[in-house]
Design a protein around this ligand. Sequence first.
Ligand code: ADP
Ligand code: MG
Length: 535
Amino acid sequence: MEHLRFEDMNLSPEICQAVLDMGFEEATPIQSQAISVVMEGRDVIGQSQTGTGKTAAFGIPCLERIDPEDRRLQALILCPTRELAIQVSEEFRKLLKYRDNIRVLPIYGGQPIDRQILALKKGAQVVIGTPGRVIDHMRRRTLKTDSVQMMILDEADEMLDMGFREDIETILVKIPREHQTLLFSATLSPEILDITKRFQQDPVFIKIVRKELTVPNIEQYYFDVKEKRKLDALTRLIDMYNPNLAMVFCNTKKRVDDLTELLQGRGYFAEGLHGDLKQAQRDKVMQKFRNGTIEILVATDVAARGIDVDDIDIVVNYDIPQDEEYYVHRIGRTGRAGKAGKAFTFCVGKEIYKLRDIMRFTKTKILQQKLPTLSDVEEMKTTLFLEKVKETITEGHLTKYIHLVDRLMEEDFTSIDVAAALLKLQLANINSDDIDAIDDINFNGTEAYGGSGEKMVRLFLNAGKKNKIRTKDIVGAIANEAGVPGKALGAIDLFDTYSFVDVPREFVQDVLYGMKNAKIKNKKVRVEIAGKMKR
Ligand code: ADP
Ligand code: MG
């Protein structure tokens, strides 16, 4: 039982919904093990590394055990610093989103004591404070501890490191005999064990050990990006490396949904995968992924577990993973079957600390890289194209084309002239669309791709929103029926009963022909040229 679902934990509907709203998809190991034990009323020593969700591990059961009818102080939580006290009370407030009858109050040094006294007078069932300030209030009798039923020491190791041992003991001695005592910490020293022996009764010891992690041998890079620029960064990477299959990880279901929609809007074949999807939907996505109809799979860690696809060229950590174990699982998706894979991680500002943690624990180097510039993307595409040219030469069967070159040479052109001119034509073709697409930073939806100007032809479809058709349905149908990749399409405009889609001139015939007997969402659609060329 590594990870439990919050829905399976016998939580009240209000708290459970609040947790889901926070974007937590499943409980972390310390939460999976601690929550039920704390709810039973047992004393607990919980040990688990930093960042593994210890706050909710005690916060959820603590709030479930509070009696809202009783206005007196019921839970007292000690934290080492004012920042942590604030953080913990913020997490508690989020957990109380659907409960307004429990009052949580942080008290810490540095804040005017008068204001805290007033706030305490109004009554709070949960107080979260630093040891010094808590003692201060206990002495003034502004904090009455005789009704406390739950005492929590958060980040106990840090508190002892900061010299709070005496203060903690002073407080613990003053709490009446009958109560539950919880202690959470990243590390456990003999000093901590001493305290637990004195103040806990028959505690349940929960220790989450870090797993040995072997990191696959693949190239790993990170980019320092702003949140707002992540989408651009991602599409640029996709355009640059042109992967058959890319897997993109987000930390929450909502992030997966949002990103998938944005990518689809830009014409990429993207699908999202997360825990809210029904099995049938998942199967459908996976099937598309396997047969290559999807180029980008956006997923949460939970959804990605158990997926077995070998051919992933790149993995992108759109959100930096919660812990290093997730990181290793994520990047392990690429570079399988002897292929060279790449893993990219987006890192926003202070997240660099998390990244350093990941490097430390996984003993790997993740190198910083600059995002590819437009000319990098162009250069890469050119290189890929030249590779293809070489392949084509090796494959042979060129007689027909050699005759064409001969014809031009009879007109006194050299073979080099001919080759250069063909490359110019071809490369201009490859690159211009993409430049339109990525140059425009403010683009949204599909407009960027409409920028190819007069090369686009506007097609009319006799179906629209009323037929429950969405942009991605049109993109998908054109890809399936006409073999035209979504990236090549321009703007798609949906109206109630009809839609328009911009198609590059060279694909128009393919689309008209391919869509002849096509159905979208079970409706037979008619496609025709919308009258005039766009722009
Ligand atoms: P710790 O106290 O163990 O260092 P925190 O309680 O501060 O860890 O949690 C670290 C981060 O992880 C917080 O941003 C928290 O909101 C988030 N988090 C906690 N539990 C989960 C979960 N089950 N799923 C996703 N994120 C979580
Ligand atoms: Mg903590």
